[in-house]
Write a protein that binds this ligand. Structure first.
Ligand code: ADP
Length: 630
């Protein structure tokens, strides 16, 4: 091997972001330090999966050593721990690419997302694929020796690093294919040299890895040269449900999701028919930190197997974006093993599996809603907002998804989102034509909104929607159970008093006042109208049916979007003393102040800052001081 090893070791610097991640990993992620073992075993298992897949078309890759496995050994004297696999291995370029750089757009977000709270941050490690670096939590030097399955025995690569700034690469002889990662443990990490402690950790985190994990057999507490397998090493999803306990499902969940928490619920089905497949789908308890933002673009966590061979992560092919929180395994008997991502996009069998996944998840959520309300509430808190995307995204399941949504309402107390559309419809008044909803910035803003007054006075329930996505969702959720959804702050509400004659009289009486207000306010308002929404407040803003709610317009403007200015419609309550006062006001300047004050307080109530906030305060003070002290 002298020719290959003759090249001198080469020292290279980590990419700047790798150094930063490494630093963070080793300094802040100490609270769950034992997860390095799970991460290394998980990488080893992935490497075995990849080799098994490649060997389908190139059987020579596993010739002579077909039993894929992971071995964990340690040397107490040298204080080293080694995780070895006989999987796919890496070439020199791959080592540089995979271990020396973090070629993922997510890294920046990972760094931004770290909270400084070690517990939370630890959870991010696995999600972000910085798993390998977790070795440096417990090791002050890590050595990786690897050889690709299709490379010559003298074309191994040794990578070593102390975890700060740089690493060394060397070409070495490596008779066996695969990868061995050796950790030189830090001074106080002796626990990882204890056989029983190691076995316990492997059982906790990696019991359901689908390849045998082997450790030296013990004789009188001391390791021997013989190995034994200590995990289950079978494909859990392929076993009959009756054999599996909840703990088994949870342990498997943790090994595939890199989550420390539990799964909230799962559904495990074997489907036989025109095509056969197995689904094991989990809903986590807690959302990953990036669920709402990057989550839509980089979806991960649903593994596609074909007859037990891991093919690829197929979240994007098998789940719509609004179910991106689902984790699990799909194992197909019928898909061709040589599938590529492109083929998957339009494969008919896969399209069937995809709709089965959606159906099973929705079934499971319905079951949870019915049988386990507490867990369903947890689901709502974690993923209720994401599920709403389905209203727009999945027209075919719109009604089913809508049935799973929960809202706050004028008929419910506090912050709890517990009211379903079915609850609402069940309570509707006999002659009630619509499901009334209100969107606002916060629940407090919603509950205090003047737009609720007339509905309250008539005992009409209103659903209170405070998620950012709600306005958008309402654009697609036009009706439920045959009843239209009406935004109480938009358009005509059909709440005029039943007596049409009296109504006409009232409108005629208000006419001069409305005209005067419009003159006083000018271009600031589109129109001034007599309100049927108000009973207590003097004024409120009303939008056209298809206008975006004002608080949402504000958010978009703040985010830099140029929206056309849309002057609002001001509705007023002529019965209110303030309106009487304007009506009787002879001083033009004071009438102007009062009219503006009417508009501005309606803006404040709608969550919008008046155009001239300081002027608003000045005018208010002027008006207050004019009022004689009682
Ligand atoms: P992740 O596994 O989430 O991608 P890691 O930092 O753990 O992130 O690993 C980075 C990459 O290094 C892996 O994606 C894989 O390509 C490669 N790698 C790590 N460990 C092994 C191994 N034992 N065998 C082959 N490749 C490996």
């Amino acid at each position: 091997m002298t020719t290959a090893t003759a090249a001198a070791p080469e020292t290279r610097a980590f990419e700047a972001e790798v150094s930063q991640v490494l630093h963070l990993v080793t300094h802040s992620l100490y609270s769950h330090k034992e997860i390095f073992l799970r991460e290394l075993i998980s990488n080893a298992s992935d490497a075995c999966d990849k080799l098994r897949y490649e060997a389908l078309s190139k059987p020579e890759l596993t010739a002579g050593d077909a039993d894929l496995r992971i071995e964990i050994t340690f040397d107490k004297d040298a204080r080293t721990l080694t995780v070895r696999d006989n999987g796919i291995g890496m070439s020199r370029e791959e080592v540089i690419e995979n271990i020396g750089t973090i070629a993922r757009s997510g890294t920046r977000r990972f760094l931004d997302a770290l909270s400084g709270d070690a517990r939370k941050d630890t959870q991010l490690i696995g999600q972000f694929g910085v798993g390998f670096y977790s070795a440096f939590i417990v090791a002050d030097r890590v050595e990786l020796v690897t050889r690709r399955a299709d490379a010559e025995p003298d074309a191994g690569v040794r990578w070593t690093s102390g975890g700060s700034g740089e690493y060394t690469l060397e070409t070495v002889a490596a008779p066996a294919r695969g990868t061995a990662v050796t950790l030189h443990l830090k001074a106080d990490e002796d626990e990882f040299l204890e056989p029983w402690r190691l076995r316990e950790l492997i059982a906790r985190y990696s019991e359901h890895v689908a390849f045998p994990i082997r450790v030296p057999k013990l004789a009188e507490g001391k390791p021997t040269a013989e190995f034994e397998t200590i995990n289950d090493a079978s494909a859990l999803w392929a076993r009959p449900k009756s054999e599996l306990k909840d703990e088994d499902y949870q342990a498997f969940y943790r090994s595939i999701s890199h989550d420390f928490g539990d799964a909230l619920t799962w559904t495990h089905n074997r489907v036989e028919g025109s095509q056969s497949y197995t689904l094991l789908l989990y809903v986590p308890e807690k959302p990953p930190f990036d669920l709402t933002f990057s989550g839509r673009d980089e979806r991960k966590g649903l593994k596609l197997y074909i007859r037990r061979v891991f093919i690829m992560d197929a979240s994007e092919q098998l789940l719509p974006a609004y179910l991106r929180f689902v984790r699990g395994v799909v194992d197909s008997d019928d898909l061709p093993l040589n599938v590529s991502r492109e083929i998957l996009q339009e494969n008919r069998l896969l399209a069937q599996i995809r709709s089965a996944c959606v159906k099973r998840v929705l079934d499971q959520l319905e079951k949870l809603a019915k049988d386990e309300p507490e867990k369903f509430a947890t689901f709502q808190a974690s993923f209720g907002g994401v599920l709403k995307e389905g209203i727009a995204e999945d027209a075919g399941n719109r009604e089913r998804i809508a049935r799973l949504l929960r809202f706050a309402s004028t008929a419910s107390e506090g912050d709890a989102r517990t009211v379903s559309l079915d609850d609402y419809v069940g309570r509707m008044q006999a002659d009630q034509k619509a499901i009334y909803v209100l969107t606002a910035d916060s629940l407090a803003a919603a509950r205090g909104s003047p737009q609720l007054e007339a509905l309250k006075a008539r005992n009409l329930e209103v659903l209170l929607l405070t998620d950012r996505i709600d306005e958008w969702m309402l654009g697609y959720l036009r009706e439920y159970a045959g009843k239209p959804l009406r935004h109480v702050g938009k358009g005509e509400l059909d709440l005029a008093p039943a007596d049409a004659e009296a109504n006409k009289v009232a409108e005629a009486a208000a006419e001069p006042l409305l005209k005067r207000l419009k003159e006083l306010l000018g271009e600031r308002v589109r129109e001034v109208k007599l309100s049927h929404r108000l009973t207590e407040s003097p004024s409120c803003l009303v939008l056209e049916e298809h206008d975006m709610a004002l608080h949402v317009q504000r958010l978009l403007r703040e985010a830099g979007h140029a929206l056309p200015a849309q002057p609002p419609v001001l509705e007023v309550n002529p019965q209110h003393p303030l309106l009487k006062r304007i009506e009787g006001e002879t001083d033009a300047a004071r009438a102007g102040d009062l009219a503006l004050w009417l508009l501005e307080q309606a803006q404040v109530a709608a969550g919008v800052t008046p155009d001239d906030p300081a002027g608003f305060v000045r005018r208010m003070n002027r008006l207050l001081l004019e009022t004689p002290a009682a």
